[in-house]
Design a protein around this ligand. Structure first.
Ligand code: DOR
Ligand code: ZN
Length: 436
């Protein structure tokens, strides 16, 4: 180890507009970071103690580090699509300081050994990685995994994402176990009995393209069932991944009104695009759940605004060219999303739909932190982890997929112009990404 690494690392972020929705902070301030922690927040020029390094944040927003609840890092086993190193590098350039990675890898992340493997430093992660373990063995939907053992080695939730826990008895057992050990179950809500061979949303657009469509009910029926189940077990924690329909939001609202511990996330592509945007057969517009109608999109925006939605999550789903540049119906579901999430949130939610920046930051920080209990993250309190996202809410830029840090470039947003750009990403007090 060099002598430099022995020195207490400190960084003073000066003159930025600090927005921390949880602490209800919004103002021009200095933030002092030392030894991986937030040690002080104060008026500009008034923070004492000095630091080895300074960061000039004038004109920029300084926020708690962004947390993405839904990312596919593809390791173990699918490193041709992404690795933990490349996926977390993409996360860093998208402003994310923590990501929760999904277990639909090869093999499936259904054992304490594999959860431990994902968390090892040799994987080369540059941001915090919190694994979501499988809810059932091999995610086959039949036999529950050992939630307690998975929780003990650092899994933050369980899910069979990529597919649903379809069987009602299995879901009931999962929620009962969730209540016993205070552990969230993340559901990919899709009635796969009625979505077989479907590759987009059912509607005018699928009719025009001649493709089989997934109905709204395929999502809404499972959400409704699971919200009802969650209400039956006091303390059960149900998180609904990538909610895409107005109908499903009704059940989420009902669950929340009835004080069930139900949370949900929405992706940037579902609040930005609709099935009418699928022109031609470009599989970069193919994901699951699919792009929905404009009424559904509008309902998602309202739910993001009114507090029904707890988090924006990218569902970053990298796939190789050969899995995407093929017939739409044969192509893999999923798009990359880590590097376009903030640009879409500011451009679409803030500028077009007037959702305040403070609420958008909440959806990227304290919202997701609460869903999976990331203690000491999602806020800038004294003693919090020194994870911060610094961005310019006015900066206009063009996203170029070819320059992405991800190994895969399957995005519908190549060449899009955004307002709002990440300037720096800080993890444990260190600047791990800085915009060129
Ligand atoms: O579009 C999707 N891609 N939806 C999923 O549920 C899985 C994901 C993937 O793993 O590629
Ligand atoms: Zn999913």
């Amino acid at each position: 180890m060099s002598t430099k690494e022995h020195k207490p690392a400190s960084l003073l972020i000066r003159g930025g507009r600090v927005i921390d929705p949880l602490a209800r902070v919004d103002g021009l301030m200095d933030v002092l970071l030392r030894d991986g922690q937030v040690v002080e927040l104060g008026p500009v020029g008034k923070v004492r103690g000095g630091a080895e390094e300074n960061f000039d944040a004038r004109g920029l927003i300084v926020a708690p580090g962004f947390i993405d609840l839904h990312v596919h890092l593809r390791e173990p086993g699918q490193s041709y699509k992404e690795t933990i190193a490349s996926g977390t590098a993409a996360a860093a350039s998208g402003g994310f300081t923590s990501v929760c990675c999904m277990p639909n890898t090869t093999p499936v992340l259904d054992s304490p050994e594999w959860v431990t493997w994902v968390r090892q430093p040799q994987r080369g992660a540059v941001v915090n990685v919190f694994p979501v373990a499988a809810a059932t063995q091999a995610s086959k939907g039949a036999v529950l995994t050992d939630f307690r053992a998975l929780q003990r080695v650092g899994a933050v939730a369980v899910s069979d994402d990529g597919k649903p826990v379809l069987n009602e008895t299995t879901m009931r057992d999962a929620l009962r176990a969730s209540a016993e050990i205070n552990f969230p179950v993340i559901q990919h809500a899709e009635d796969t009995r009625i979505t077989q061979n479907c590759s987009m949303n059912e509607g005018r657009a699928s009719f025009r393209l001649g493709l089989r469509g997934m109905t709204i009910a395929a999502e809404a029926a499972i959400v409704d069932r699971d919200v009802q189940l969650a209400q039956q077990f006091n303390g059960a924690r149900l998180h609904l991944a990538h909610v895409s329909t107005a109908e499903a939001l009704k059940s989420v609202r009902r669950g929340k009104r009835n004080r069930a511990r139900v949370t949900c996330e929405v992706t940037p592509h579902h609040f930005s695009l609709t099935d009418a945007d699928i022109r031609g057969y470009d599989a970069n517009f193919k994901m699951n759940p699919p792009l929905r109608s404009s009424e559904d999109r509008q309902a998602l925006v309202e739910a993001l605004s009114d507090g029904t939605v707890d988090a924006i999550a990218s569902d970053h789903a990298p796939h190789a060219l050969h899995e995407k540049i093929i017939e739409f119906e044969r192509a893999a579901f999923g798009i990359t999303g880590l590097e376009t999430a903030l640009g879409l949130a500011i451009t679409v939610l803030h500028l077009r739909h007037q959702i305040p920046l403070e609420r958008i930051i909440e959806l990227f920080t304290s919202g997701p932190a609460r869903v999976v209990d990331l203690r000491g993250r999602g806020a800038l309190l004294r003693g919090s982890h020194a994870d911060l996202t610094i961005f310019d809410p006015k900066k206009r830029w063009t996203f170029e997929a070819a320059k992405s840090r991800s190994k895969s470039h399957n995005t519908p947003f190549d060449g899009w112009q955004f307002t709002g750009k990440v300037v720096a990403t800080i993890v444990s007090g260190k600047v791990i990404y800085r915009a060129a």
